[in-house]
Design a protein around this ligand. Structure first.
Ligand code: NAP
Length: 311
């Protein structure tokens, strides 16, 4: 059998890289498979203002580079590889990437969550042609343009505030008449003269072609009267939340009805002995970089204790 590892970490956001740091410092020589978005969701944000220790804020990608460097300094072995499948039915566990199989006594899952879309055909057709789920990535392309942001939570407000740096106007389209966002974010949006609101409204169609003109407008529906109308715009940004990246573990690990991994109360243990979960993949409530990092730390400690008991 090929080399057996003590701990393999799948995913590389704040949870995965903190787990890597702690596991490395416990001499467990963790192997990290970073996945399709190395560094996780913070790599597509700009200023992170609420990560303790950075009173002036820090850019998301820079913060994640620091996380990775710190874990590597203590021996974490990080790879820009995406895991294709896992076999957790036997020990050691197997992790498959292409035609390579990796073996490990324990696994920490920190695959995070991904932005949700509305699910319209026209939305997928125009993705990258005026439609985006990441203002930080694409906002620059909307200089002096008219953009809509969908959603009423912190993500939507954050996207909208960021877009005011480029766009001529930013309208938040929300399906209800009240925001879900935190008070401080709401105040920020209400005070920003460049942000308008379209209440009780949902987008039911996006108009345009995937060519140089791209999106030209949307059909919206009043959620109270059902009335439809056309609105011109150059860009639509989705800020309607996230879904957990748990496809790899369907029918393998216990998930809740929305796909989040279920962990034992007060720990990061999943229903499989030796498999732990940390960060947004098991947390649909807090979903912050600092809480993800905290649970990554817990997962490494849980894995360390598990390994001590099986040795
Ligand atoms: P969220 O709080 O779940 O909000 C999602 C928003 O999108 C809600 O307003 C929801 O409407 C709307 N929505 C959902 N599905 C929709 C659909 N199909 N069509 C139209 N609208 C739809 O998600 P989030 O804003 O991503 O925030 C998630 C968590 O991350 C929160 O805990 C938040 O505090 C945190 N967060 C924090 C920051 C920050 O502090 N800087 C930034 C981003 C996120 P309803 O209100 O009607 O349900």
């Amino acid at each position: 059998m090929k080399e057996k590892h003590k701990v393999i970490i799948i995913g590389s956001g704040p949870a995965g890289l903190t787990a890597a740091l702690y596991a490395a410092r416990a001499n467990l020589k963790p192997v990290v498979f970073e996945g399709i978005q190395p560094g996780g969701q913070l790599t597509i944000t700009t200023d992170v203002e609420n990560y303790p220790g950075f009173p002036d804020g820090i850019m998301g990608p820079e913060l994640m580079d620091l996380f990775r460097k710190q874990a590597q300094r203590f021996g974490a072995d990080t790879h820009f590889k995406h895991v294709d499948s896992v076999d957790l039915s036997k020990k050691p566990f197997e992790v498959k990437i292409g035609n390579e199989t990796y073996f490990s006594d324990s696994i920490i899952i920190s695959t995070g969550a991904t932005a949700k879309l509305l699910g319209l055909k026209s939305e997928s057709k125009l993705m990258g042609y005026g439609v985006s789920a990441c203002a930080t990535c694409d906002g620059f392309f909307f200089k002096d343009k008219k953009v809509f942001v969908v959603g009423g939570g912190d993500s939507a407000i954050e996207e909208a505030s960021f877009l005011t740096k480029f766009a001529s106007s930013v309208t938040i389209i929300h399906r209800r008449s009240e925001l879900r966002a935190s008070k401080i974010m709401q105040d920020r949006a209400f005070e920003n003269p460049k942000i308008d609101f379209m209440w009780n409204t949902s987008i039911i169609e996006m108009l345009g072609e995937p060519d140089e003109n791209g999106l030209v407008g949307v059909i919206v529906k009043d959620t109270q009267t059902g009335k439809q109308r056309k609105e011109d715009c150059d860009g639509v940004f989705l800020g309607i939340g996230h879904k957990p990246n748990s496809e790899l573990f369907n029918n393998i690990i216990k998930l809740d009805e929305t796909g989040y991994i279920i962990t034992e109360s007060g720990s990061t243990k999943t229903n499989i002995d030796g498999v732990f979960a940390a960060g947004d993949i098991m947390d649909s409530v807090y979903r912050q970089a600092i809480t993800a990092a905290g649970s990554g730390c817990k997962a490494a400690i849980d894995a360390e204790r598990y390994l001590e008991n099986i040795e």
